[in-house]
Design a protein around this ligand. Sequence first.
Ligand code: FAD
Length: 385
Amino acid sequence: MKAVIIGAGMGGLSAAIALKQLGHDVEVYEQVTENKPVGAAISVWSNGVKCLNHLGLESETAALGGIVDSMSYIDGFTGETMCRFSMQPLIDEVGQRPYPVARAELQLMLMEAYGIDDIHFGMKMVAVSDGEDAATVEFADGSTVSADVVISADGAKSLTREYVLGHSVERRYAGYVNFNGLVEVDEAIGPATEWTTYVGDGKRVSAMPIAGNRFYFFFDVPLPEGQPYERGTAREVLTEHFAGWAPGVQALIAALDPATTNRVEILDLDPFHTWVKGRVAILGDAAHNTTPDIGQGGCSAMEDAVALQFAFRDNPDDVYAALKAYEAARTERAGDLVLRARKRCDVTHAKDPAATDAWYEELRSEDGSRIIGGIVSNIVGGPLT
Ligand code: FAD
């Protein structure tokens, strides 16, 4: 079978590796000309790590991952620790440590595992169509490619989503902006093996370790959509948003590099359950665009890839049956994660300030079990759990 994959993000590359493992002929097409992912890092939760392990990348992933031994929540204004607890019960329950990793390094690992020289860079898909014997993709340079199956992992603004659904959809602004980047580990910000989160007023500041003595950090600020922002001004902007916050937050603002700090408006999309049209399927953010509030968007894309592999393994001679099996295995699970993230997003970012205050109170009496229970319930339910 020949499969064409559109998009060399973490979803497309995971799918490419997964189908290649079955012995299929896989071609990957990507619009950008080099590996330059938007965003600094992601936390790959245990379900995502299990998928990467399944794709043969166990030691590579572990080498990129930060060691998170504990989590803490800190009152953003007073600096008082609201709760601190070990991650070990989570690792014991799900059987895999999560790994925060730098995006560029995760991308490079996946590209190398697939074969970096086999990725067709600079190829922007402009149209896709399904036919009786093959599906065809057309590129901006006028060229076309046909295959038995097209898996489109063309991201949150997916063109293929529209083709598969037969209509366009509007993504929804989730109400906050996320600033993110990498800094050297600094105990003034938080302990080196802890995921530290400062909260207050519906804002959030987090730092977690990744490999190479670095913290991945992010600041969440509830703001109206479409505010002007000049790249390079993160320090001034964050100093204003976090005036009067605890010393750890001020240390982070002082340490960050404004030139490399990203600013992202957070959007998501109502779940939908049609991911396949004939020989064409969507995967990753194209199929389930979530807010990052439970850190599951990329993990879910990796789960898609493994589920796709299982669907083709179980239906080796029938593309249509395989794609339907993939769709059936994934839409409910992925949609559930989108809605869980949306719920978490609203509480974290004070959509209803009373609910957020109640959460802050809960954090003061947290021994870790409620939070870990919540994270475990996000992690389980994929193709490998
Ligand atoms: P993408 O990574 O967007 O890749 C799509 C690729 O397709 C791109 O390379 C793009 O150039 C290419 N493409 C698009 N259109 C075309 C075209 N027409 N022709 C050719 N190529 C095309 N997830 C987690 O699991 N954990 C986290 O902690 C986490 N944190 C996040 C924090 C933030 C601030 C954000 C915004 C997201 C976060 N996510 C996280 C979500 C995660 O980043 C996404 O779910 C993941 O990147 C989806 O991968 P993908 O391959 O589907 O899409």
